[in-house]
Ligand binder design. Structure first.
Ligand code: VG1
Ligand code: CO
Length: 545
């Protein structure tokens, strides 16, 4: 008989999930009862845990294993019937989403702070995904938070730590523990979606050469199995392949700044045909070709325009969705192909309903996230395989595919400027100032730009009619250009201000333009309207993507 202990606790007041789960410094998570409080709050908000199946895994960062052992004890005490856990406590975010769906689990806990750095002084995170495999929508996360504010006790089974390293199934009291290989199910799914025969031919023969940067995070083992073992790419096609507790001290965010080694290679004479990187938990992707970087917004548009070349989408797609700050490039494809196109708030949880209702097949975010109806998360390696499959079928370099797309649809020149770790109070003042300014902006003229609308984005979910207000400030111009301001919901230090700017051009001579130059006037306007530089004392953004 397993002893279940009732542990008395007090609420923490800061357990409100952000854009993608609860993210804090490791030291915060290591406070007494902190993790248990949050997990118990999640469990308390579920109707019942009795007899339920829960998937458990994380990106392998510092504190992953410790957290998993605590959660196993909580799950057993709360009456779960079965835990499906990735071997070593590992599961990439998209693989976890797939495992939840494939084994008809009731939900999953994913341990990750995604693109945030890892290590004893860095970040940890946890999020709950529901039965459809997707991140819990706001009505769930609001309930988690409410429970966390009122918690007084949690329940812990008195058992020894579970062996996470051997695949197999066994029982502890009433709880079945099933340790699975974290890659196998996911790899099988990829083989169903893409033309693995064609990819194998071209990757193993060197017809397509590639470099994939796993950034010392979760995708190392996935890329090794799929790209090298299944598709025959040379072993040295993967760099930073070994997952490390601190991701090698790097920032596992696949962009030109943080994946510098890859970026330098792809813009050098030694560049292979194809380059890509993923993030801490494997849901983001960066796509590069020989001397070209594909913006995530363009990537979604190009995928949508070419989807029928991929086996899984050969009969067409039902629609596209993009997050509000993502460029309007996908909308142009939707219009041309007469497809529905949806604009959602930032965060993957807003795509779930549209995917479940088959209103959309593809969706994406400017923040290096793309995905489809195959899971309910964005999916880094899926995007890489999609592009490789396109290059293989079209027999065209990445640069040619992108330029041909711009020629047909025009180019949405795009950039995002991030100001990290701004003092929270100053950031709030900037937004208050902007909100006050909004009503006075329409029809004002700034150089070649006339304001058409200025508002705060409010989303009504077309499926369940739930309303999400205050999802970012939009200033739209009569020529379709936009400036958007948002506060990040994934940071752990102060506030991160994101400014997104875009401008459309169907002038082919503009298609080689450097976005920073082509957008200079809008960027300056964004800085002036927000008074960002005066108010923060910053002279330039922390990161430009
Ligand atoms: C950021 C991105 C958003 C993404 C989120 C989670 O959120 O902008 O598009 O969905 O990260 O991605 P925010 O609130 O910081 O802008 V991940 O790969 O960190 O789970
Ligand atoms: Co991520």
């Amino acid at each position: 008989m397993t002893t279940i202990n009732t542990i008395k606790t007090n609420p923490y007041t800061d357990q409100k999930p952000g854009t993608s789960g609860l993210r804090k410094k490791v030291k915060v998570f290591q406070q007494t009862h902190y993790l248990a409080n949050f997990v118990q709050s999640v469990f308390n908000s579920l109707e019942t845990c009795d007899g339920k199946i829960l998937v458990l895994g994380g990106d392998g960062r510092y504190f992953n294993r410790e957290a998993i052992q605590i959660i196993i004890k909580l799950a057993l005490a709360n009456g779960f019937a079965k835990l499906i856990i990735g071997q070593g406590g590992l599961l990439s975010t998209p693989a976890a989403s797939h495992v939840i769906r494939k084994y008809k689990a009731d939900g999953g806990l994913i341990l990750s702070a995604s693109h945030n750095p890892a290590g004893v002084d860095e970040d940890f995170g946890i999020k709950y995904n529901i039965f459809n495999g997707g991140p819990a929508p706001e009505k769930y996360t609001d309930a988690f938070f409410q429970h966390s504010l009122n918690i007084s006790e949690y329940y812990l089974a008195e058992i020894a730590d579970v062996d996470l390293d051997n695949v197999g199934s066994y029982n502890i009291a009433e709880l079945e523990i099933n340790i699975i290989d974290p890659v196998t199910d996911y790899a099988e799914l990829m083989a169903e979606i893409f033309d693995f025969e064609l990819l194998k031919q071209q990757l193993s023969s060197g017809e397509i050469s590639l470099c994939f940067d796993a950034m010392h995070a979760i995708t190392g083992p996935y890329a090794q199995r799929i790209l090298v073992e299944m598709l025959g790419a040379p072993a040295d096609s993967i760099i930073n392949a070994e997952p490390l507790l601190d991701f090698g001290g790097g920032h596992p965010d696949p962009n030109l700044v943080y994946a510098k080694e890859l970026a330098d290679l792809m813009f050098s004479d030694a560049a292979p045909d194809f380059g890509a990187a993923s993030d801490g938990d494997g849901d983001r992707n960066m796509i590069l070709g020989n001397n070209i970087f594909v913006t995530p917004s363009d990537s979604l548009a190009i995928m949508a325009a070419n989807a029928t070349l991929i086996p899984a989408y050969k009969n067409g797609i039902s629609g596209i969705a993009r997050s509000m700050p993502t460029s309007q490039a996908p909308d142009r494809v939707a219009k041309a192909y007469n497809l529905p196109c949806f604009e959602t708030p930032t965060g993957w949880k807003f795509f779930g309903n549209l995917l479940d209702a088959d209103k959309i097949t593809l969706c994406g975010e400017e923040s290096f996230g793309t995905g489809s109806n195959h899971v309910r998360e964005k999916d880094g390696l899926w995007a890489v395989l999609f592009w490789l499959n396109l290059v293989a079928v079209k027999k065209q370099p990445v640069a040619e595919i992108v330029q041909a797309h711009w020629q047909q649809f025009g180019r949405d020149i795009y950039s995002r400027h991030d100001y990290d770790a701004v003092e929270t109070e100053i950031a709030n003042e900037i937004f208050a100032h902007l909100i006050k300014l909004l009503p006075s902006l329409p029809i004002q003229v700034f150089g070649q730009y006339t304001v058409a609308y200025a508002d705060e984005f409010c989303y009504t979910d077309p499926i369940d009619q739930s309303v999400s207000a205050n999802q970012g400030i939009r200033i739209g111009f009569t020529n379709g250009s936009r400036i958007i301001f948002r506060l990040s919901g994934t940071g752990t230090v102060g506030a991160t201000i994101r400014i997104y700017v875009e401008r459309f051009s169907d002038d082919v001579s503009q298609h080689k333009a450097d976005p920073q130059l082509a957008l200079a006037e809008l960027i300056l306007l964004a800085e002036q309207l927000s008074e960002l530089k005066q108010r923060t004392g910053r002279t330039e953004p922390t990161v430009i993507t």
